[in-house]
Design a protein around this ligand. Structure first.
Ligand code: DC
Length: 205
């Protein structure tokens, strides 16, 4: 069984994808991490994330970079949204994601274009959404917990910019597949959102 979980930043898709993978005993790939690794590699190379040649070169990042906790930072997330605009970068990361999705037994992948481009044949597609306010509040609490010094307004601003770039790009924009089930987590706690996703999968298979 292939499960595609797409949605905007801080919608809860990563938490949901990880939990359903554990529940159904499937391997899980966080595709955003690949774009974050490209972004971090551009930074290490002293390159420009908006320059397609710099970003393309960085797509050959070493495997161990995926383990670096700095990839999870908000700053690298913003840069990832820049490098992921370039069609060549997306093409270079596509095969790896498609192979992961189509391994024997199936997989859970979360991202922006999994149900539309990477695995249009996925058995279940969940499109996770949440209100801007709910997403900003969650991200704010997460960052405060990590000791990062930010205001809720700054986060709302960052999320807006990231949404515009991720949804507005020409190549593989953030988009719900026609056959995706939308899961709105605005008013749901973590466990409720996970239970709802499990219910959607059970109903589909
Ligand atoms: O899900 P995330 O916040 O870790 O993703 C970081 C950035 O990577 C996001 O702003 C856009 C990009 N991305 C993408 O273009 N396609 C994906 N499948 C996953 C992430």
């Amino acid at each position: 069984m292939i499960v595609a979980v797409d949605g905007p930043t801080a919608s809860g898709k990563g938490t949901i994808a990880k939990a359903i993978a554990a529940h159904f005993g499937l391997p899980h790939l966080d595709s955003g991490l690949l774009y974050r690794a490209v972004a971090r590699q551009v930074q290490l190379d002293g390159g420009d994330p908006d320059n397609p040649a710099d970003a393309e070169k960085a797509a050959g990042f070493p495997e161990e970079l995926l383990q670096d906790p700095i990839l999870r930072s908000e700053a690298v997330g913003q840069l990832a949204s820049h490098v992921s605009v370039h069609p060549r970068v997306r093409a270079l990361l596509r095969r790896r994601q498609q192979d992961f999705a189509h391994q024997p037994g199936g997989a859970v992948i979360d991202g922006r274009d999994i149900g539309t481009v990477i695995a249009p044949d996925a058995d279940v597609k969940i499109f996770v959404v949440a209100s801007g306010q709910a997403r900003a509040q969650r991200r704010y609490l997460e960052m405060r917990e990590r000791g990062e010094d930010v205001t809720q307004e700054q986060i709302e601003d960052d999320l807006r910019r990231r949404d515009e770039r991720d949804s507005g790009r020409a190549e593989s924009p953030l988009l719900a597949a026609d056959d995706a089930v939308t899961l709105d987590t605005s008013k749901l706690g973590r466990e409720q959102a996970i239970a709802e996703a499990i219910r959607i999968i059970e109903a589909k298979r």
